[in-house]
Write a protein that binds this ligand. Structure first.
Ligand code: FA5
Length: 346
């Protein structure tokens, strides 16, 4: 009996190496343990043995079956792997050099934003963000911009239908929601949620119902800056903005503050720059941002004691800065997705 078992196992071991497919595996199983399989026949032969011979024969058969199971499991695993490999296609050789992959690049506006934020980070400013869909209160009221201010006109701003309600609006009652017209709303949200002293820069998308031309878009980007502390002065404003301008337009760049008006700053300024690095624009003063000292009314709206705290704020147009830095003559290039334009910044 042992020799019959040995020859069945030998048959299995010899055939195992040749098997490539599941069908071949099933055929081998049938040859060994099918109704007329060699191992089946040996097991049937046990019936002819005497009672005394059976326990020893049973042991032999069990040992042979265990060996056979092992052989079949190994073959089955190999077949499964081969099937998977066939499904996945040709194997990859990771040691080969990879073909050139066309890699993308950052959009010029993203690059400009990152550069600006890195500059303000050097001065201790941290990044803050706010929602693009804003309440009228955060965008205007809290910024000392009264209800009759023209910026709030339905013609100037994109309002959302009454059915569109955010959590903020629900909390504040039946307030109108709009697409924020500037990032100054992030000033308000920051002062409400954090205690001064604080220094933040808030990059983000803004929306206005402006007619589109070479320098205006209905959808553009700003970077807002806010510094609230005790005794913040115009000298701090000048120092922060001079540093930004020299980092962005070169150390020879000059700045000047021109009196202006914003409801949320007092005094307010437009800042102009002049730099020899600006090609055909290097001989003139160019307006780059709005700024000022935070109006005490804004501090009070945000729950701060204006006799203790003071602040400076500024807001710049990202597109405007990117256009000056790269000599781009039309804002619409940024949004046209034209690779001939975008590749120049790769
Ligand atoms: C403001 O939006 C003020 N919130 C800025 C500010 C912040 C002042 C903090 C004081 C203190 P203004 O409307 O001037 O200001 O816009 C700022 C910049 O955004 C502009 O200089 C311009 O570069 C950019 N900008 C405004 N409207 C558009 C537009 N339609 N398309 C492209 N850029 C625009």
């Amino acid at each position: 009996m042992q020799s019959q078992l040995d020859s069945a196992l030998k048959e299995a071991a010899d055939a195992a190496g040749q098997i490539r497919t599941r069908a071949e595996l099933e055929a081998l199983k049938a040859r060994l343990v099918g109704p007329n399989g060699s191992l089946t026949l040996v097991m049937r032969g046990m019936a002819t043995l005497s009672k005394e011979e059976r326990p020893a024969a049973g042991k032999m058969v069990n040992a042979a079956k265990a060996q056979l199971d092992e052989i079949l499991a190994t073959v089955s695993a190999r077949v499964e792997q081969a099937e998977l490999a066939a499904l996945l296609g040709p194997t990859i050789d990771p040691s080969l050099a990879s073909p050139d992959v066309a890699s993308g690049s950052l959009h010029p506006l993203t690059r400009t934003r990152e550069r600006i934020l890195a500059t303000f980070r050097k001065l201790g400013f941290v990044i803050a963000e706010g929602p693009e869909v804003e309440t009228e209160w955060h965008c205007f009221d809290a910024l000392n911009t009264p209800a009759d201010h023209p910026a709030r006109d339905m013609q100037d701003t994109f309002y959302l239908p009454k059915s569109f309600r955010s959590i903020d609006a629900l909390r504040k009652g039946d307030e109108d929601l709009l697409l924020r017209t500037h990032t100054s709303s992030v000033q308000v949200r920051t002062m409400l949620s954090r205690k001064p002293p604080l220094r933040i820069v808030a990059p983000g998308r803004c929306f206005r119902r402006d007619a589109v031309d070479a320098t205006h878009s209905a959808n553009f980007h700003q970077v807002e800056g806010l510094w609230v502390d005790r005794h913040v002065t115009l000298a701090d404003l000048r120092g922060v903005l001079d540093f930004f301008v020299k980092e962005t337009f070169g150390p020879e760049a000059e700045t000047r503050l021109r009196p202006s008006f914003f409801p949320f700053t007092e005094p307010s300024f437009e800042m102009d720059i002049r730099s020899p690095n600006l090609g055909r624009l290097s001989d003139r003063w160019l307006e780059v941002l709005g700024c000022g000292l935070v109006d005490p009314k804004v501090l009070e709206s945000c729950g701060l004691d204006a006799t203790e705290w003071s602040g400076l704020a500024f807001g710049l147009g990202l597109e405007r800065i990117a256009m000056l830095v790269h000599g781009i003559d039309d804002i619409r290039h940024f949004y046209a997705n034209d690779l001939r334009f975008l590749r120049q910044f790769a």
